[in-house]
Design a protein. Sequence first.
Length: 696
Amino acid sequence: MLRLCRRLHSTPRRNAQNLTEKIVQRYAVGIPKGKEVHMGDYVSIQPEHCMSHDNSWPVALKFMGLGASKIHNPRQIVNTLDHDIQNHDKKNLTKYKNIENFAKSHGVDFYPAGRGIGHQIMVEEGYAFPLNLTVASDSHSNTYGGVGALGTPMVRTDAAAIWATGQTWWQIPPVARVELRGALPQGISGKDVIVALCGVFNNDEVLNHAIEFTGDLANLPIENRLTIANMTTEWGALSGLFPVDKTLLQWYREKRLPRMPKDHPRINNARLELLERALENDDASLRSDSGASYAKKLVLDLSSLTHYVSGPNSVKKSAPVQDLTNVKVDKAYLVSCTNSRLSDLEEAAAVVCPSGDAIEVKQVAPGVEFYVAAASSEVQADAKRTGAWDKLLRAGCIVLPPGCGPCIGLGAGLLEPGEVGISATNRNFKGRMGSREALAYLASPAVVAASAVLGHIASPAHVTGHADATFKGVKAFEENETQKEAPAEEATSTVPESGTEILEGFPSKISGELVFCDADNVNTDGIYPGKYTYQDDVPREVMAKVCMENYDAAFRDIAKPGDILVSGYNFGTGSSREQAATALLAKGIPLVVSGSFGNIFFRNSINNALLTLEIPDLVSLLREKFGKEAAKPTRRTNFFLTWDVAHRKVVVTEGSPDGKVVLEQQVGELGKNLQEIIVRGGLEGWVKTKLAGDSQ
């Protein structure tokens, strides 16, 4: 799949790289000598670390199903138990024991239930470290960007491939630069920042982008950065990267290094000294180059913020807390990888105990349940030492073990029908935290604590008696679509004049008539009906027949083998079923084009050898052409697309493949490494071939 932002490669490729590209460059394998990677390029990557949690056992089963018998690099892999740790039934305990035994037998780092949430462990133990690329089979691996690491999610097949070979693939997404200007008002937190961003820029501005945060960041604490990076997932992004600066290195010196043994393999004096010298010398590896390209630039004035609340049941709706104070709450939550670190617990404790005297603690309102779980056992111990934990308990909070729990609808304290919850977690999708007939709001720890005390959504000032600052409205805007930091030097191409080398067995050109399914958000159930998902013996001819059935039953008769499917935006959203990709292949569709794709569908496509392209301009062209006619869910278009893979170019013609040209588009590179995955029938086939070669 090639994911394109509009006009992303409309100018010659330049040597200047943004920070995301630089980090990927360090972890890319098998690229030609001297080649620089850029947005849109496919690369094979060998991440520094790969974490999996309760899904470690399904990954292990897939790993063994590939014929693998040993972990390629045990030091690369981390297993944690964090999601369903309140579940003590035999089945779950057996799974947990299987994961532990597997990890120990393969020499993999393992953290048992109760140690903490996997993402927090990855930061505390230095697996996510400045300027490294660390992935996880969990969507909130974006969190690692808070400490200057490029963190991005992987699906289970990717994780199994990394376990077996040390590698998987990634396409460098369009990179958005988000500038945070000014300083946060007193008491406003990182959660307010990201909730505001999700609410203000709520039209998929950063969908499937990598984000680089820049601007006035010196006074933005690291724990705030971790919260912001964590929820770039809900904003639609694939990563949320903060810079390596003095604030970050001081945090490591003061907060992390003193806790580590001197021989710690990841957080140690030698590694920090290297970073400190690089920062002092303005080393280019720590920052984007002058002239680096970005797909877009967004700006947020931090000084314009107030306490923000998102919801109900959507992160795309946000409002100042003052607009929601009439909303009664039944449950409050200070849990999850988003806002359960020490500063979050202390922030909530300062609300329930504004005088600082643990004897004078305000109680949780009658009829309200306030659940608290630390992000890790270390955080809980620290909160006990500072007194924050005791204050929360005295207020009447209900303690849960360090882990995920109600954030994902597991364990105690779930929302019941008709209830309203306010949470410092990251997602408030309908039904995620309990009943679909409940309402869920998201807010900062301070707002959650104030709401728990007063029984309705409230500002901390309503509890402490302090006056809220006058809110005049958030200041945020998109500055332009394609931003460059400074005039670049003379453009030089890194593409050989002969074009991309094509492997034997891979077509140099892909061509077909366009079949247009004009809809946004076509979900995986629309592509492959859920009633077939767990039937493992469905023949390919049946998969082809039911492909797109829930979207349009007529698709089976309109679309023909060899056609290229075009749809709108966010194609493949929804569940992780791989059959959404394999059903299209069974139908004989070699390529899918859309304005944008759901990320899981994106990865499942390549992992199953289905090619796709993101070309928003083509969607616009077809909608302009057919928009005035009677609506047809599926239509043949008499437009033809030819993708010249070797020369990274797409041409759309009318009438025939040699007809009138109506659109030309440069695309990213589909390199030899990714071609090899497609030739082998997908990632699993590639892994099996590699393992067979290594054993000879």
